[in-house]
Design a protein around this ligand. Sequence first.
Ligand SMILES: Cc1cc2nc3c(=O)[nH]c(=O)nc-3n(C[C@H](O)[C@H](O)[C@H](O)COP(=O)(O)O)c2cc1C
Length: 178
Amino acid sequence: MKILVITGSAHKKGTSSYLADSFIRGAEEAGHEVFRFDAAFKNVHPCVGCDSCQKGSRACVFKDDMQELNPELLKADAVVFVSPIYYYDINAQIKAVIDRFYANNSALKGADKKAVLMITYGDETEESAEGAAASYKGMVKYLEWKDAGIVSAKACYVLDDILDSEYPKQAYELGKNL
Ligand SMILES: Cc1cc2nc3c(=O)[nH]c(=O)nc-3n(C[C@H](O)[C@H](O)[C@H](O)COP(=O)(O)O)c2cc1C
């Protein structure tokens, strides 16, 4: 299976990156091929809704790092979204990537893909992640993909918190058994 992992955090040694690493380890051990796109270190302009991609050339006006991501997105059998929670939602870096899916909307909608969400946050209640989980579920339903699981890592402010938690194992198992 070809798996695309999209991360949002700028913390190379942060909580969500650690979850991504754990997931990838499991997936690669199971023989899957993984492509990782760390959005915080890429140049991705936010969608401006100009609709150019829906008419004429059918291409996005922004020639940026989405050109690297798009072929991987189209051929992926599974797409994994990994983000810290910023103000009760996924962060802007990963949201910018998702909004740019619009240029390939007709190819993505109804495609046979699995999806995974992995989120990390400091609060001790899952309420803080409800918004992110709801928009992920809405997107997956709209795109007609299959939700393969959510890892919601509460009380994980910094790396040490997640190292002591059950979440890296959850991420690893999800990668291994996707
Ligand atoms: C701008 C910003 C907003 C945040 N908002 C929340 C929040 O709403 N709820 C929460 O529990 N933690 C919040 N946090 C804490 C992060 O979610 C938490 O530290 C997370 O582990 C960071 O992940 P990372 O190390 O992968 O970047 C916020 C952190 C930042 C920098």
